[in-house]
Design a binder for this molecule. Structure first.
Ligand SMILES: NC(=O)c1ccc[n+]([C@@H]2O[C@H](COP(=O)([O-])OP(=O)(O)OC[C@H]3O[C@@H](n4cnc5c(N)ncnc54)[C@H](O)[C@@H]3O)[C@@H](O)[C@H]2O)c1
Length: 456
């Protein structure tokens, strides 16, 4: 298909989107689409568990053609191919065989976008590789890079090549998180003062497994582990800081317009002692298991404070090695009241009873975000309570319309850079470190663009 024809069709498709005529967007797999020419040509690097989530979402759409997949692991590739077969869609080209097979994938002509869903250490080289190969829309799973310099390198590459880099931070689209965004924008909480969030998820059975099943049943990691135990646990051995900040900070950043009239100024982190992972190995596999000898560097609870240009404070917690129920621990507090997700409570002075919590559900239903009102049917059944649908939808719509994605490279850099900055702070005795301004001063002029209406 010629580029011009593609642009024309993409524009027509965008007009259909704007008009709300999405009847054929999610047509049954295998059925022909009248807008077949407008297909977004996509590739996925990394078809592990998360890559398969994205693959499934893309296969459900008839405006996307998954033309290539890449992985180094045969089992993951086989599972991904089974998903394609089940969908009835054409089998993508498969790239494998060595850790740099993805470079050959990037040579595919006319590739519109690539999804990077590999271990963290691969994100930066793959993002920059894709940008340098001429791809203008690059989606990466969290996080953007490892070192602070990695983050700068990605920002500079995106700017130099005028490429869009989106970090697929799905929690920004969680239904309650978006209802609260709606409430924030309508001034229900007054002027925002303090925000909390984090990643509080018992990952012991993710960081260790039996090398066969994804979750638990053993104490293996690195090459003997399976899926995230194969690489993620390694970071807990060598690094100490908030290793997974974006699920908490993404929503918070939208509440207070970070990079769009506001910015992070300073950060300091404190890390507790590390006991959880060691205890888990001993309890599950005994003191003689080789992994019982590992000295994990990552503190069980890492607490990070951030100050912002407009005077708000943020508290983030990374808590993945101890027994606990899942909670991202959101708290959004302003001059009129607050929301907390742990107790599912809201308090608004003058409206709810003095000094008492009101059930959040009533408020969250009332302020349900227009995006959820419009798209909840399509989102049903997609991962993580539906929010995975929205982040991929926003990105694919941006590719089709040739507009900047609502989550951009500056968001990705600022949110993800919390990790190396917190490591520096912990390492240097909890020193307060300056937060870099990846926008180069543009944060003062940029306007909010995230989820302003029900379009995408
Ligand atoms: N947003 C979310 O809710 C969410 C949930 C889970 C994971 N994630 C993120 O998704 C990413 C992947 O995590 P996962 O759970 O799928 O891990 P995984 O281990 O299941 O998958 C990673 C895949 O990358 C492949 N891979 C490794 N090196 C490669 C290379 N050089 N070339 C090609 N493929 C390579 C592995 O073989 C594996 O199949 C991580 O960034 C993780 O943090 C996000």
């Amino acid at each position: 298909m010629k580029r011009k024809a593609f642009v024309k069709n993409a524009t027509l498709a965008a007009a259909a989107v704007a008009a709300g005529s999405f009847t054929d967007l999610f047509a049954q797999a295998g059925k022909a689409s009248p807008k077949a020419e407008a297909l977004v040509k996509a590739a996925i690097i990394g078809t592990g568990l998360r890559g398969q989530d994205h693959l499934e979402l893309l296969l459900m759409r008839n405006d996307v053609d998954v033309v290539a997949i890449c992985d180094v692991d045969d089992r993951m590739l086989a599972d991904a191919k089974a998903l394609v077969a089940k969908s009835g869609k054409k089998m993508p080209q498969v790239f494998t065989g060595d850790p740099y097979a993805w470079k050959k994938l990037l040579d595919i002509r006319g590739l519109d976008t690539v999804f990077i869903v590999t271990p963290w250490e691969w994100h930066k080289p793959m993002i920059i590789g894709a940008i340098e190969a001429g791809i203008k829309y690059v989606a990466t799973e969290v996080v953007l890079g490892i070192t602070l310099q990695d983050h700068w390198d990605v920002v500079h590459a995106a700017e130099k090549h005028q490429a869009h880099v989106t970090m697929l931070e799905n929690v920004c689209y969680r239904r309650d998180v978006m209802a609260v965004l709606n409430m924030v924008r309508q001034g229900i909480f007054g002027e925002l003062i303090h925000l909390q969030g984090g990643y509080q998820h018992d990952l012991r059975e993710v960081k260790f497994n039996d090398g066969v099943k994804p979750y638990g049943g053993g104490c293996e990691m690195d090459e003997k582990g399976w899926t995230e135990a194969r690489w993620r646990t390694h970071h807990s051995v060598y690094r100490n800081g908030d290793l997974y900040p974006t699920h908490g900070i993404g929503p918070i950043a939208h509440y207070i317009n970070i990079n769009r009239g506001n910015r992070f100024l300073h950060l300091s982190s404190f890390s507790s002692k590390a006991r959880g992972l060691h205890n888990h190995v001993v309890k599950t596999c005994g003191e003689d298991h080789p992994n019982a000898k590992i000295n994990f560097k990552l503190g069980d609870v890492v607490t990070t404070s951030i100050s912002c240009a407009n005077g708000e404070t943020i508290l983030l917690q990374h808590d993945t090695s101890l027994p606990r129920p899942y909670s991202l621990g959101f708290r959004v507090q302003g001059t009129n009241g607050l929301w907390m997700d742990v107790n599912k409570g809201i308090h608004i002075e003058g409206t709810t009873k003095p000094h008492q919590w009101d059930e959040a559900k009533t408020w969250l239903d009332k302020y349900d975000h227009p995006l959820w009102q419009r798209w909840s049917k399509e989102a049903q059944g997609s991962g993580h309570g539906g929010m995975d649908f929205y982040v991929d939808h926003m990105f694919i719509e941006s590719v089709k319309r040739k507009v900047p994605p609502q989550l951009d490279v500056y968001d990705a850099a600022a949110w993800s850079a919390i990790t190396p900055l917190s490591e520096t702070s912990v390492e240097s005795g909890n020193r307060t470190v300056e937060f870099p301004d990846f926008t180069g001063g543009q944060w003062m002029y940029r306007k909010p663009v995230f989820a302003l209406n029900n379009e995408f």
